[in-house]
Design a protein around this ligand. Structure first.
Ligand SMILES: Cc1cc2nc3c(=O)[nH]c(=O)nc-3n(C[C@H](O)[C@H](O)[C@H](O)COP(=O)(O)O)c2cc1C
Length: 372
């Protein structure tokens, strides 16, 4: 499984300055695939042309039980779009984004026109910091320390989300308690569904180590996940394999927030995905860990109740825990040759790319990172 962790071993200095335009664009795509996605499904596909990169939703990686409308799948594509554009700008490209450019092709999420113009593609100091943490960011499933997040940092996170026609609602204590009760309800509803448990079992399966996706670090067998106790252990957060109750979730979560978009449907999902990635990188810069709780917005009745509790407009997409932790777990990424094609038909030389070979830092100590 370790070779798939090499994706995190990207070095800015390895940018192929003397390479072809296609080589340069491919290098940038390596950053884009480090984006978060539901169950680490990585539901994106890139077509690299001479002056554009198309991002497709790869609906083969849909999750029909928890995400029947591909809402979170498209949100994940928005995340990879944001990450791609920061990387492009870092390496001298000016990206020109068109969301949903082809009304006859609902899989084409975005076309990113690229002009190589280092004089124009300048990252601010803050944006450079965001670029620098793309290879460090990771979601957390830990208990957070009781250290609070200060108001300035929270305000900063809200501001970056608002840049993408989205919002970040910070919950007060009463809302926090109500939402954690809803998390428990959502877990109970979902865990009682065999199709839900079956779908989850497929993505935490140890054999995922051979495909470079999913969450193989849970190292849980099929029978274990099919038991209706386990899913909420996985989806809330780790506490030595114990299921945590509402009070414990409250204690281990300094801040609970909800992220959503002003617009609904695909455009709102993509914007919210961009906001989610931007916020994830900003949080990493500030040393704050994020943990996503998808269950409340996956169960229709509970999502509507969530909207009432926080009195929001548009569409609430994800509940987020925020806090501080030292724990680091990286998830694997599929190899580039599985997620990219060149428009002209050129083949990807797999020997040149980090996540296509089994060597390197992450390759060697991958087991450590994946160990729970
Ligand atoms: C739309 C969306 C929903 C998610 N829902 C959950 C969730 O309910 N529980 C959870 O532990 N992680 C959730 N995650 C986090 C993913 O599991 C995580 O991004 C993925 O495993 C890749 O890991 P990384 O973020 O560390 O790169 C979600 C992520 C996205 C984008």
């Amino acid at each position: 499984m370790s070779e798939y962790l090499n994706a995190w071993n990207l070095k800015e200095k390895d940018f192929p300055s003397d390479g072809s335009l296609e080589d340069k664009l491919l290098f940038c795509v390596q950053y884009a695939v480090l984006s978060p996605s539901t169950y680490n499904t990585q539901p994106w596909f890139f077509r690299v042309g001479s002056d554009y990169i198309d991002i497709y939703a790869d609906r083969r990686y849909g999750l029909p039980v928890i995400d029947p409308d591909d809402r979170m799948l498209e949100l994940s594509c928005g995340s990879t779009l944001y990450c791609l554009c920061i990387a492009l700008r870092n390496f001298g490209f000016v990206p020109d984004i068109e969301l949903l450019p082809d009304s006859d092709n609902s899989d084409l999420m975005a076309r990113v026109g690229v002009e190589f113009n280092p004089d124009k593609a300048i990252l601010s100091v803050g944006e450079k910091e965001l670029f620098n943490v793309i290879t460090k960011r990771h979601g957390s499933r830990s208990v957070f320390t009781d250290k609070n997040i200060d108001a300035v940092a929270l305000h900063k996170l809200q501001k970056v989300v608002e840049e993408h026609d989205s919002w970040l609602h910070i919950c007060d204590d009463d809302e926090k308690k109500q939402i954690f009760q809803m998390v428990a309800e959502a877990d109970a509803v979902q865990a009682s569904s065999k199709p839900f448990r079956r779908e989850l079992a497929a993505w935490v399966h140890p054999m995922r180590k051979y495909s470079g996706d999913g969450m193989p670090h849970y190292n849980m067998g099929f029978k274990e996940v099919m038991g209706d106790f386990t899913p909420s252990v996985i989806r809330r957060f780790d506490m030595d394999g114990k299921k945590v109750g509402v009070e414990e979730m409250m204690e281990a979560t300094p801040i609970l927030a909800v992220i959503g978009a002003n617009e609904t449907l695909s455009k709102g999902r993509l914007s919210c995905g961009e906001a989610y990635m931007h916020m994830g990188l900003q949080a990493e810069v500030l040393g704050i860990s994020l943990s996503s709780l998808g269950q409340v917005t996956e169960v229709p009745d509970l999502r509507l109740r969530l909207h009432d509790v926080i009195d929001c407009h548009g569409r609430a997409h994800l509940v987020l825990r925020m806090g501080y932790t030292k724990s680091k777990t990286y998830t694997p990424r599929r190899s580039l040759s599985q997620v990219v094609e060149f428009v002209g038909g050129r083949k990807i030389d797999v020997s040149k790319y980090n996540n296509c070979s089994g060597t390197g830092f992450f390759g060697k100590i991958g087991k450590l990172f994946l160990a729970k």
